[in-house]
Write a protein that binds this ligand. Structure first.
Ligand code: ZN
Length: 159
């Protein structure tokens, strides 16, 4: 049985929920951002194209099959995403990108992560110090709340 067009669109929407972070593999367009450019998915349109806001600016759609992209899957890709969030982190009362908990008061008063250019909560700052000392197993950046939640349909990260 041939898969209906609607099924493909639905499957693509599930795979690339709004807010999830993607990495461009290639794009058949002279205006396209370079391979490796990251973006945040805004929607999947009715033709099944992925519509992102690219970190480099611009909103060229990814036409799957013609163009290619994938979700964040490596530590390097997760670090790029976290560094990017770090530049946009709210100045106060934000959420910890590592554990997702509320960070009371000024963001600058919390802990600078050892693994990405972003502030984390005091508890995570302590855990990271233990990770760095080899006392705790390090949590991969791909498992951080700010990376995982958007990838799994939690919507755009608003930390
Ligand atoms: Zn935390």
């Amino acid at each position: 049985m041939k898969m209906r067009e609607n099924d493909i669109v639905e499957r693509t929407r599930k795979e690339y929920p709004a807010g999830c972070r993607i990495v461009l593999d290639w794009m058949e367009d002279p205006q396209a951002p370079g391979p490796g450019t990251q973006g945040t998915v805004l929607a999947v349109d009715d033709t099944g194209s992925v519509c992102p806001a690219w970190d480099s600016g611009g909103r060229l759609n990814v036409i799957l099959g013609v163009d290619g992209c994938h979700k964040i899957r490596t530590e390097d890709e997760a670090k790029t995403t976290l560094d990017w969030y770090g530049k946009r982190q709210k100045k106060e009362n934000t959420r910890c990108p590592r554990c997702g908990s509320h960070m009371e008061g000024k963001t600058a008063g919390h802990a600078l992560s050892r693994w990405a250019e972003i502030m984390v909560c005091d508890m995570c700052g302590t855990f990271e110090a233990m990770e760095a000392a080899g006392l705790m197993e390090r949590i991969p950046l791909t498992q951080w709340a700010a990376v995982k939640e958007p990838q799994e349909g939690g919507g755009p990260w608003e930390g």
